[in-house]
Design a protein around this ligand. Structure first.
Ligand code: ZN
Length: 78
């Protein structure tokens, strides 16, 4: 349902504990001024497999009612 073009989302990662690629679930770890720190946990054993920092506030599009910001900014390159 949610279609994120070009957004990298890890759905499976190798878990050294399970010794196989496991589905992961993403968990918001920290909210930093520069972005959000997410952690990927193994769904099998809850081992932290990866972390990533999502910079910018536009990670989750929560039906924003103000599409004016950012529109047409930095998009047109000659
Ligand atoms: Zn595991």
């Amino acid at each position: 349902m949610t279609r994120q073009f070009g957004a990298f989302t890890a759905s499976e990662l190798y878990c050294p504990k399970c010794k196989r690629a496991q589905p992961v679930r993403e968990k918001l770890l920290l909210v930093l001024p520069s972005g959000e720190l997410h952690e990927f946990l193994c769904t099998g054993c809850s081992t932290s497999l990866a972390k990533r920092t999502v910079s910018g506030p536009a990670t989750k599009v929560v039906a924003s009612t103000s599409p004016r910001t950012g529109a047409g900014r930095g998009r047109l390159l000659n």
